[in-house]
Design a protein around this ligand. Structure first.
Ligand code: TXA
Ligand code: MG
Length: 329
């Protein structure tokens, strides 16, 4: 065990918070069995207390400690995708604190696919901890999720005594959330694990959530948002739009993925450009860091080149739509 992991275990057992790298985004972790520790997460993030947290566990063998009435397809999905970017919502076991579930009868569980997170979870369980680390994304409520240790420091500063550095997150957007608590699988949040991949294991395609009160903060319409206003512009109109902004005396941040030869022209240079990969996996990996940089660039508007339609882009489209809705707020 590295000294950092030992220190993290000591802090968690003492009811403190630890910043944790995962393959999706960085999490802000606390002992899931300690309501006072979990309360510190809500205070640090400025998050409403009725928003449930995901409990991270070292392996599927721990599922039955946190959940009850676990359907076969949960075990099959765990076998297929854990460790990995899939969160399962299951009926909660007796004894799971209300602080974690937001008082709901369900609990979100996931085995993260990052070596540092797994080392920590295993060491925490071996040291007599609950084996569960409750961790939301380590950003302030409604803001851009962190994908590096430095982002966590920037978001939360001294509110976290230790941030484990596991480098840049490979996936870059939050896990897919699948609700298995009601008999039919319901996709609460799209992510790297696609509906098609889930259907291949479960035999049924996940349904869209019914309307009603949002149960997941990641499902609020305004989320993942920079402070700078944002707008989406179609590829075909992008250069005209930016040139109009120039003539009006405005500099924009531009998030694009197409090769735009004219972006080299002097007229386009005053804008701050971020070029992302044109494939959805590469785009997701780089998205939050790029948005964060553009938010710091001090422009009055972030212009996002509209991304392609299609199921492969669904998770990125979801994050961009919510960011545009929440931006500037
Ligand atoms: O990739 C991820 O899932 C990251 C890393 C750190 O694991 N975590 C993450 O946590 O995104 P957070 O709290 O930012 O988003 C988790 C979402 C929230 O929208 C929360 O409301 C939802 O999961 N959630 C947790 N438990 C739930 C439950 N019992 N029912 C419905 N939604 C739940
Ligand atoms: Mg979050």
């Amino acid at each position: 065990m590295t000294p950092e992991i030992a220190e993290a275990v000591r802090l968690l057992k003492g009811g403190e918070l630890v910043g944790i790298p995962t393959e999706t985004v960085y999490g802000l972790g606390a002992d899931a069995a300690n309501p006072a520790a979990v309360a510190k997460i809500f205070a640090a993030k400025g998050r409403p207390a009725d928003h449930p947290l995901i409990v991270h566990i070292p392996g599927a063998a721990h599922l039955a400690h946190w959940a009850r009435e676990i359907p076969d397809c949960a075990w099959e999905l765990a076998e297929a995708f854990w460790p990995g970017p899939l969160t399962l919502i299951l009926k909660r076991a007796p004894g799971v604190p209300d602080a974690v579930t937001g008082g709901q009868d369900t609990v979100g569980l996931r085995v993260p696919g990052h070596p540092v997170a797994l080392d920590l979870l295993r060491a925490f369980a071996a040291a007599g901890g609950s084996g569960g680390i409750a961790a939301p994304s380590a950003n302030r409520f409604g803001r851009i999720s962190p994908t590096t240790a430095a982002h966590v420091r920037e978001e939360l500063g001294d509110a976290v005594p230790l941030v484990l550095d596991g480098g840049a997150c490979a996936v870059g957007i939050e896990s897919t959330i699948l609700d298995l608590s009601s008999g039919v699988p319901v996709l609460l949040r799209p992510g790297h694990i696609s509906p098609t991949a889930i259907e291949a294991i479960c035999g049924v395609a996940p349904q869209a959530p019914a309307g009603g009160a949002p149960r997941a903060s990641g499902t609020l319409e305004a989320h993942y948002a920079p402070q700078t206003p944002m707008r989406m512009v179609d590829s075909a109109r992008l250069l005209d739009f930016l040139s109009g902004m120039r003539h009006g005396g405005s500099c924009c941040g531009v998030l694009c993925h197409s090769q735009l030869p004219q972006s080299e022209t002097t007229e386009m240079q005053p804008h701050t450009w971020k070029m992302l990969p044109a494939d959805p996996v590469g785009y997701a990996h780089a998205l939050y860091a790029a948005l964060r940089d553009l938010d710091h660039a001090g422009t009055e508007l972030i212009v996002v080149e509209a991304i392609p339609e299609g199921p492969q882009w669904a998770a990125v489209a979801d994050r961009l739509r919510r960011a545009v809705t929440g931006a500037g707020g």
